[in-house]
Design a protein around this ligand. Structure first.
Ligand SMILES: C[S@@+](CC[C@H](N)C(=O)[O-])C[C@H]1O[C@@H](n2cnc3c(N)ncnc32)[C@H](O)[C@@H]1O
Length: 282
């Protein structure tokens, strides 16, 4: 039997002290969240068990995770998973950590088209493709990425979730050659290198730059999707993109100049212009 060393409460206190010394905001709350996420147990249940002893191997695993978090690694990479809409997804440095605003992008996409063929370009962990597959009623869902590593993680998540996705590797719309889709969704890279450098340093230090930076003006991927999307989206079908809020007017006028109809910019929950939807009429 492993030796019982500390109560959960004492373990959280020493973890909180390590995180506080590392400058982590709300160290105690993070310590409890790390524990809950690692043990995949609801925080409320963990709180109820805080007077119980923790076996040494479990405590060691937790303190190792606390050390990684104190060194600046994002919590989703430390615990190896993250929540996205109703899904629990494996998450590691092969792909960007899915963000809450992307959950809104999925909601908008589902409100536009729920049937036919859907494609998610730049799928990362597979978050968008898997949400569409599990919440919509599509005949087929295709998830693509330029990164073979990200695509391997997406496929692992597909197996966990039990969703049937066609995973395809390649640049932007190349993997969709020969396809006509009813819904094209993407959260593409949309920053410049200078903008990435100005973000929270943890983003640039830990997350894949391929997922974040797109050319000198941050618009290479968006331009490619708006342009190439015209021969991939079937007549009457929809495009839904996540954007950098500073580029929304530019993206809307580019979409209009390329012949997209019903071009709309939508705000996220924080009131920032973050999404572009448009219909193709070929
Ligand atoms: C902002 S991340 C989005 C990941 C995921 N869809 C999400 O929302 O969490 C952009 C993704 O696009 C991929 N990517 C970057 N350039 C690409 C390209 N030229 N063609 C296809 N995928 C690309 C990256 O590897 C990354 O997975």
């Amino acid at each position: 039997m492993p030796e019982a060393v500390l109560t959960l409460q004492a373990l959280w206190e020493s973890a909180g002290a390590v995180l506080a010394a590392a400058g982590v905001a709300e160290p105690r709350r993070e310590a409890i969240r790390l524990w809950s996420d690692l043990e995949q147990t609801p925080t409320a249940r963990a709180m109820l068990a805080r007077a119980e002893s923790v076996a040494a191997p479990k405590a060691e695993r937790f303190l190792a995770a606390v050390g990684r978090r104190a060194a600046g690694e994002p919590i989703a990479y430390v615990t190896g998973w993250t929540g996205f809409r109703h899904l629990e997804l494996a998450c590691d440095r092969r792909a960007l950590i899915p963000r809450p605003e992307t959950e809104e992008l999925v909601g908008r996409a589902l409100a536009l088209v729920r049937h036919g063929v859907a494609a998610d370009v730049g799928t990362g962990t597979g978050a968008i493709a898997l949400s569409l597959a599990t919440e919509g009623a599509y005949d087929r869902v295709i998830g693509t990425d330029l990164s073979t590593e990200a695509l391997a993680l997406a496929a692992e998540n597909g197996s966990r979730v039990g969703a049937r996705i066609e995973w395809r590797q390649g640049d932007l719309l190349a993997p969709l050659a020969g396809e006509m889709v009813d819904l094209l969704v993407s959260n593409p890279p949309y920053l410049t290198a200078a903008e990435l450098a100005a973000l929270d340093p943890a983003v640039a230090a830990w997350e894949p730059h391929l997922a974040l930076v797109s050319g000198e003006d941050g618009l290479d991927a968006v331009r490619g999707l708006l342009d190439g999307g015209r021969s991939v989206v079937r007549s009457g079908g929809w495009l839904a993109l996540e954007l950098d809020c500073h580029r929304a007017p530019l993206v809307a006028s580019l979409a209009e100049s390329l012949g997209w109809r019903e071009v709309s910019i939508h705000q996220d929950l924080f009131g920032r212009d973050r999404f572009c939807t448009a219909r193709w009429e070929g």
